[in-house]
Design a protein around this ligand. Structure first.
Ligand SMILES: Nc1nc2c([nH]c(=O)n2[C@@H]2O[C@H](COP(=O)(O)OP(=O)(O)OP(=O)(O)O)[C@@H](O)[C@H]2O)c(=O)[nH]1
Length: 312
């Protein structure tokens, strides 16, 4: 079943949610306006029809957000989500559904239809995900504190602290030092691998491939991000089963940090990202200026080390 869903975003960045009426599948859950494609209809035509029928608005501008394959108990669907940023008319409830406008950051994902949680993350997550270089020595502690702070001030909103040469406590200390700035700018920090540290600090964690397969459930509450390093369809499926918020998929191209690895290339990346039920960042040989190319291949954005830091 192919279902189109619209993230209507107003000038203040708020998102329109609708409540599924009693008697329907997932009654009471909040969702994105939309519905099933009719025979012979294109996704955009279905989107225009559904928004006219449900809300009385005419779509003027829609861009692809993310496609989520999902399996409920009795049926499977492809949830094909679009960002609708221009429309004519004032959205109103034409089918008795409750409506509300909320900033994506304020939406309680526990109240959403389960397949909509990755859509919400796709709206919340930025286009770029810088990662600290694995060979940074502890003596460069001050330098990396400055680099991370400058990146946050310059607009980065999602940053991974991956410093395997440092003692865990030094990485935790660095994260703790940066937290007030990160909170002021609405940026999220993720520790690499260190679930206990992330839990103690209230930040996110980026799981290594080896950790991913040993975990049976989400190790942190919903408000703390969980990311996973993935390289194939099986690892992506595992990340989804675990309830990870997003994944990195690598290596897309050849990269200095993993010279022996065979690159996926964009076509394979695209196929894997689209089949995965979560936002996926392209990693490996990426630069910050490649996010358009990555998004065209179904990515949430680009992740990387070289070129992502103010001093590099
Ligand atoms: N419209 C919509 N459907 C969603 C969302 N998330 C989600 O899991 N679904 C599921 O996708 C399917 C779409 O069904 P629908 O009832 O909205 O479709 P429709 O408007 O064509 O309704 P109808 O069956 O009354 O004709 C349902 O199984 C619904 O639970 C969402 O955000 N929007």
């Amino acid at each position: 079943m192919h279902v189109v869903a619209a993230a209507l975003i107003d000038a203040d960045g708020r998102l329109l949610l609708a409540q599924r009426p009693p008697g329907k599948h997932l009654a009471g859950a909040w969702e994105f306006p939309g519905g099933k494609l009719e025979a012979g209809e294109t996704p955009l035509a279905a989107l225009a029809r559904e928004l006219d029928e449900e809300l009385g608005v005419a779509v003027e501008q829609a861009t692809p957000l993310i496609r989520i394959p999902w399996r409920y108990n009795h049926h499977e669907l492809l949830l094909d989500a679009w960002c609708v940023t221009r429309w004519r008319g004032e959205p109103r409830s034409l089918e008795g559904q409750a409506l509300r406008w909320q900033l994506p950051i304020d939406v309680d994902q526990a109240l959403l239809a389960p397949a909509d949680r990755p859509l919400l993350q796709a709206l919340r997550l930025p286009k770029s995900y810088p990662i600290t270089p694995a060979d940074a020595p502890l003596v460069q502690r001050d330098h990396w504190r400055e680099q991370l702070a400058a990146a946050i001030v310059h607009g980065e909103r999602l940053l991974q602290l991956r410093l395997p040469l440092w003692p865990r406590d030094a990485v935790r200390e660095l994260a703790a030092d940066l937290l007030p700035l990160a909170e002021r700018y609405g940026a999220q920090l993720l520790l690499n691998e260190d679930i206990d540290g992330a839990r103690a600090l209230g930040v996110g964690v980026h799981l290594k491939k080896a950790q991913l397969v040993t975990l049976a459930e989400r190790p942190l509450p919903w408000r703390q991000l969980i990311a996973a390093s993935c390289h194939d369809a099986e690892e992506l499926a595992h990340a989804v089963a675990l309830g990870a918020d997003f994944a990195t998929l690598s290596p897309v191209a050849t990269t200095a940090s993993h010279p022996g690895a065979t690159p996926l290339g964009w076509p394979a990346f695209h196929a894997l990202a689209e089949a995965a039920a979560l936002p996926v960042y392209a990693l490996g040989g990426m630069g910050p200026s490649m996010s358009r190319e990555a998004c065209a291949a179904g990515a949430q954005g680009v992740a990387g080390i070289g070129g992502f830091w103010p001093d590099s």
